[in-house]
Design a binder for this molecule. Structure first.
Ligand SMILES: [Zn+2]
Length: 335
């Protein structure tokens, strides 16, 4: 496999706490020999597992970016066991622009794995994570939110595990992170995963991985940020990486499977009739689409093709045909 042109300023084998940049070469009109800085922190001390925590995989998802920055500042190497690799702003060009995809190449990092060392900046970054960082890791946590267009309650996303050890580790992480919801995938994963996501990259590397969805709407919810920070510290403690931390009592996680999406079939203005957490029955009206440009035209009702609970909701009012309005999920074990 070709080697990456991305250089790390940090030594992943050195003890202590380091912060700096991955240097992603990017030659432009105004910066001929320049590089894009991908911020990174590494904390290493004593024996223990390697945990990679990523945020800003999508640039417009913010709770994770703040929570990981606070971890980098709040922890010292002496306080941990093992190695913690933190990417607070993984697709940094997208995060600096506040956009889901990178303005440099329109790349969606979480659809770019396994990447390409000779490709676009986003493809180079995906390749570096899959071929250089994940082989160092035992566990990966990839922190997402609903982004500009969607809003989720704090939700852990995980697979079902392909071995008793992986399943046990996934359950340990889910219980430790203690988010109100878990969206459990019923298929996929494993070493032969073809997924273009960071989770797919982790699976191909044999790295146990979970994702999150944490709020969204291009904003930061203080309550969700608090739950995120608590979840990360509890996760570190569950991996025996945070010896000085005593977790408080768990609150419990409602395990769901995805039923599907409710999509707009008209372009117009979205009036939600359901909120996150509401129960929805197949055929029930969950939204109206209004047409203020043609006031003689009556609004159209959008019905749900699925029965379950509204797990996420679109934030933006303007919709086009095909935009997701809701994600519907149902309780695990009920069908
Ligand atoms: Zn995302």
């Amino acid at each position: 496999m070709a080697t990456s042109l991305i250089n790390s300023e940090l030594d992943f084998d050195a003890d202590g706490k380091q912060t700096g940049y991955l240097r992603l070469p990017h030659s432009t009109h105004v910066s001929a020999y320049g590089w894009q800085p991908i911020p990174i922190a590494v904390l290493k001390n004593a024996e223990g597992p390697t945990l990679l925590i990523m945020a800003g995989n999508h640039g417009d998802e913010y709770e994770g970016q703040i929570a990981v920055s606070k971890l980098a500042q709040g922890l010292e190497a002496e306080g941990i066991r093992g190695r913690l690799i933190l990417l607070p702003m993984t697709n940094a060009p997208a995060a600096r622009a506040g956009t889901r995809t990178s303005p440099i190449d329109d790349g969606n990092l979480n659809r770019a794995f396994p990447g390409d060392p000779a490709g676009t900046p986003t493809q180079m970054l995906a390749h570096y994570i899959e071929a250089e960082l994940l082989p160092l890791a035992d566990v990966m946590v990839d922190l997402h939110s609903g982004g500009t267009s969607l809003f989720y309650p704090p939700t852990l996303l995980r697979g079902i595990g392909h071995s008793p050890e992986e399943t046990a580790m996934l359950m340990r992480l889910q219980e430790a992170m203690d988010l109100p919801y878990a969206w459990v995938f019923t298929s996929g994963g494993g070493r032969r995963s073809t997924a273009r996501t960071a989770m797919g990259a982790a699976n191909r590397n044999g790295v146990v991985s979970v994702m999150t969805e944490l709020g969204g709407g291009g904003a930061v919810s203080p309550e969700i940020l608090t739950q995120t920070e608590r979840g990360l510290r509890r996760g570190l403690a569950a991996l025996q990486m945070l010896p000085g931390y005593t977790p408080d009592a768990a609150r419990g996680t409602r395990e769901m499977h995805a039923a599907g999406v409710v999509a707009a079939r008209d372009a117009g203005l979205f009036e939600p009739l359901k909120e996150i957490g509401d129960e929805v029955t197949e055929g029930e009206a969950v939204a109206r689409i209004h047409f203020p440009e043609t006031p003689h035209r009556a609004p159209v009702e959008v019905t749900s093709p699925h029965t379950g609970m509204a797990l996420c909701k679109r934030v933006l009012a303007r919709v086009e045909i095909g935009d997701a309005l809701y994600q519907i999920a149902y309780d695990a074990g009920t069908r």
